[in-house]
Ligand binder design. Structure first.
Ligand code: T3D
Length: 259
């Protein structure tokens, strides 16, 4: 696919997806949603890609749905949710590679929930997160009603989504919504370093770890313990497991291939 609304670059095992509609704070129209989904499919299937980095161009990360497009008579809102946001969130959660998000500016509506749905989210210190759906009478989609109560508890999730107040990066960090706050000027450098570090790690094991974390959100402890036994067996069958143990015993640095 020839991308027009995102940038897609691969370097040192890291695929960087940059939302690229800066004039509208990288809000999503259907076309950009399609491009992001296509890029995520490539990230999933290309074995040379061992980490994904999602960010935005310009002064915003993402202002959610493009409201001009949402108002078009051709747009059915449930189709937008089903065709743009649901598959994107599922791809981010189900791709068995680490997805890092570098939130470079305001993240509103679906933009906030996409950031919260990534594996490791870094935000610049001046960033604001806004559950802005309710400001226009909508509900928090893109997994908001699923992930927010699980991450911050029902009361805080209700306050965030019913009031729609701006939240600072520091507040998001303290609530466990993101991994780290970084000086704005250092954000990309730090996000790339983190992604490149992850891309040198046992990718297959990271993928199984992610599968385990996803599964654990949905089941009881005995079921999850049994699930862990199964995926641990898969991890133990990997080349990286052999390399990790051999490197430890031989007192050298492991070189992981991701398989
Ligand atoms: O189909 C469906 O609707 C279902 C899916 C829903 C998912 C959702 O995400 S619903 C939530 C949609 N998003 C919003 O409601 C956020 C709207 N934007 C804002 O509230 C503000 O722009 C921000 C708080 C994010 C940032 O404010 P500020 O003052 O820093 O920037 P600004 O001046 O408002 O925006 C800059 C430009 O981007 C401006 O255009 P202009 O005047 O320079 O030509 C503005 O219109 C444009 N822009 C910002 N957000 C959107 C947008 N254009 C279209 N859609 C947007 N969401």
């Amino acid at each position: 696919m020839d991308y027009k609304l995102i940038k897609f670059e691969i370097s040192n095992g890291v695929a960087r997806i940059t939302l690229n509609r800066p004039d509208v704070l990288n809000s999503f129209n259907k076309a950009m949603g399609g491009e992001v989904q296509d890029a995520l499919d490539i990230c999933s299937s290309d074995n040379t890609i061992r980490a994904v980095l999602l960010t935005g161009e310009g002064r915003g990360f993402c202002a959610g749905q493009d409201l001009e497009e949402a108002m078009s008579p051709d747009t059915k809102i449930e189709d937008v949710v089903r065709m743009t946001y649901n598959p994107m969130i599922l791809k981010i959660r189900e791709i068995e590679k680490p997805v890092i998000c570098a939130v470079n500016g305001v993240a509103a509506g679906a933009g906030a929930n996409i950031a919260f749905g990534c594996d490791l989210t870094l935000a610049g210190s001046s960033v604001k997160f806004i559950q802005s759906f309710i400001k226009i009478g909508l509900i928090p989609d893109s997994g908001g009603t699923y992930i927010l109560p699980r991450l911050v508890g029902m009361q805080r999730a209700a306050a965030m989504t019913m009031l729609g107040d701006k939240m600072t990066a520091e507040e998001a960090l303290n609530l466990g919504l993101i991994y780290k706050v970084v000086d704005d000027e250092q954000l990309m450098e730090e996000a790339i370093a983190l992604a490149e570090r992850l891309a040198q790690m046992p990718t297959f094991g990271i993928g199984l770890t992610k599968r385990g974390l996803n599964h654990g959100l949905k089941v009881d402890l005995p079921t999850q313990l049994e699930f862990e036994a199964g995926i641990q067996a898969e991890a133990a069958g990997s080349e990286d497991y052999k390399e990790g143990v051999n490197a430890f015993l031989e007192k050298r640095k492991a070189v992981f291939k991701g398989v």
